[in-house]
Write a protein that binds this ligand. Structure first.
Ligand SMILES: C[S@@+](CC[C@H](N)C(=O)[O-])C[C@H]1O[C@@H](n2cnc3c(N)ncnc32)[C@H](O)[C@@H]1O
Length: 204
């Protein structure tokens, strides 16, 4: 921990995640949530004002205390109860099958043990519950993948552990989910950073 990770990085994360091109993804993903929601890696809380009925409650999980503090401010614009869990997704402090919807937006790239975190998400989801996700990750073209693999070591170092080359849909399936909707494609920007996976999955 240090000045960069505690002070600079959370502000950079907030700034980067305010990219206007991400807003329609947030609206679609958050708009499909219902019931008791667990959001993983809530960051500075940019999704929090978007939750509406039939969402009853949001549990906002985030390990970084500086981001939790920023996200608490965002709850002022939220119309629903929001409870913060300062914890890591690899060990979610909830009993099994208590959650109707798990949400992750651009978080699976940064979680150190993403397969463990996905197994935890599956554990806390009730049968028939849904994982809603939008993530960036491994691109389909070999040439872009090569750059993603090359850049990831330095990118991780500068950008809070973010990986450019995670195969998001494969990881979700390998954690025991059945993907029932997925859309992929590039947004504007350098190809290694902008290949998106958006969709929903249920415990298989
Ligand atoms: C790029 S930010 C995205 C923030 C937010 N989801 C959004 O859409 O604005 C990545 C987030 O993953 C969180 N993160 C990193 N490691 C994590 C872990 N082990 N468990 C849960 N969240 C984690 C970071 O703290 C950060 O909030």
């Amino acid at each position: 921990m240090g000045f960069y990770s505690d002070v600079i990085l959370p502000r950079l994360c907030d700034l980067a995640m305010r990219n206007k091109e991400l807003a329609p993804f947030r609206e679609r993903v958050i708009g499909a949530a219902e019931g008791r929601v667990l959001e993983i890696g809530v960051g500075s809380g940019l999704n929090l004002p978007l939750y509406r009925a039939p969402v009853a409650e949001v549990l906002a999980l985030e390990p970084a205390s500086s981001l939790v503090a920023m996200a608490r401010t965002a709850t002022r614009a939220s119309t629903l109860p929001v409870k913060f869990l300062q914890a890591s997704a690899e060990a979610i402090p909830l009993d099994a099958q208590r959650i109707d919807t798990v949400v992750t937006t651009w978080t699976l790239c940064s979680i150190p043990l993403a397969p463990t975190a996905l197994a935890e998400m599956r554990r806390v989801l009730r049968p028939g519950g849904r994982l809603l996700f939008v993530e960036h990750g491994l691109a389909p073209e070999a040439s872009v993948r090569r750059w993603q693999h090359r850049l990831t070591p330095i990118w991780r170092y500068c950008c809070g552990g973010c990986h450019l080359d995670r195969p998001i849909s494969t990881m979700i399936e390998q954690a025991g989910f059945h993907i029932d909707r997925i859309e992929t494609g590039y947004i504007t920007g350098p190809k290694p950073m902008t290949f998106m996976y958006e969709g929903s999955a249920r415990p298989a």
